[in-house]
Design a protein around this ligand. Structure first.
Ligand code: KPL
Length: 321
């Protein structure tokens, strides 16, 4: 694949969304509502047919909307997209990228806003680093059923080039997101942004998955709120020992802020555990443990949470009610 000509994104964008889960459906619905050409890509034909037939239904603070969208289970039928937004779980990224390869052409930008570490690397290996843009989103959402999403909390969306440059394609994607009601900011420190989000996920996601609490309720019991803060601080120490500059000064305060902003949310790891699905524990807390080891530190709290969630995943079929 040749490097992308970054001046070619002036026309309307054809957006393919890889993975019609919670975030894929939320972003797909909001972008389609803003008039963009959106196709949701789903490897399961039945689910793709259902979404194509019923559209995306969004419950937001402003009301309820049903938005018609295209959906497909055959990436070859779509052709090259201008923007491929990757919304699968972090452990599915490499396989999903291979599957969706027919949607990527010379001019395609690939954007990941996924949780955890390793997505940029997997997508860069599949599509070429010059095509891949990264970022994070703090939006909270709950998938009620196929194509039906509750927008349960707003948060920052940050996008950036791996090179740190502010390019025309980045500005174009920012306007696209802004127009869709997903206000985005551009960062010149993409790794910092990804780690910044991950530190928060390290604390909120497993603790909510273990206690089965919504994000806001994690702050109600002082000992749990204290543990939440300690996990975030430990992950932030690993980030700073690895030379990562986080986008905020106080990881404990930032985690609390996200809990309050997404108070009603059933976070993604809790949603996975409740549905007995694999979680992103290895790409979130597990990644902190591995990074800590690489710089000669020990991330004991993150290690313990990784083991606990792995135990839950392993025991799905044997748990006592
Ligand atoms: O990223 C999230 C997730 O659920 O994975 C947060 C921001 C914690 C919202 O729930």
């Amino acid at each position: 694949m040749r490097p992308k000509n970054q001046d070619t994104l002036q026309k309307e964008m054809k957006i393919a969304i890889l993975g019609p889960g919670t975030m894929g459906s939320l972003f797909g619905g909001l972008l389609a509502r803003a008039g963009e050409e959106v196709v949701l890509l789903d490897y399961r034909p039945e689910r793709a047919r259902q979404i194509a037939a019923s559209g995306i239904s969004l419950k937001t603070a402003e009301g309820e909307f049903t938005i018609p969208v295209k959906a497909a289970a055959d990436p070859t039928a779509i052709g090259a997209a201008d923007l491929l937004l990757v919304c699968v779980k972090a452990f599915q990224t490499a396989a999903a990228a291979k599957w969706a390869a027919p949607c990527a052409g010379e001019q395609t930008s690939v954007l990941t806003l996924q949780n955890g570490l390793g997505n940029l690397e997997a997508l860069s290996a599949a599509f070429g680093p010059s095509h891949v843009i990264g970022g994070t989103t703090g939006h909270g959402a709950i998938l009620e059923s196929v194509g039906r999403v509750i927008h349960s909390g707003t948060g920052e969306t940050i996008i950036g080039e791996q090179s740190g440059e502010i390019t025309p394609r980045l500005q174009k994607i920012k306007s696209l997101l802004d127009k869709a009601g997903i206000p985005a900011t551009i960062t010149t420190n993409l790794n910092g942004a990804i780690w910044g989000k991950m530190v928060i996920n390290c604390a909120i996601n497993p603790l909510a998955a273990l206690t089965r609490l919504r994000n806001g309720d994690l702050l109600k019991e002082p000992a749990l709120a204290n543990l939440l803060a300690q996990v975030a601080v430990e992950a932030a120490q690993v980030a700073s020992a690895s030379g990562i500059e986080l986008p905020y000064p106080d990881p404990a305060e930032q985690t609390k802020k996200v809990c309050l902003q997404t108070a009603e949310n059933i976070n993604s790891m809790l949603a996975d555990v409740l549905s007995h699905r694999p979680t992103e524990i290895s790409e979130i807390n597990g990644a902190v443990v591995r990074t800590a080891e690489a710089v000669g530190l020990r991330a004991g709290l993150n290690g313990a949470l990784t083991s606990l969630i792995r135990g839950i995943e392993e025991g799905y079929s044997r748990q006592v009610d």
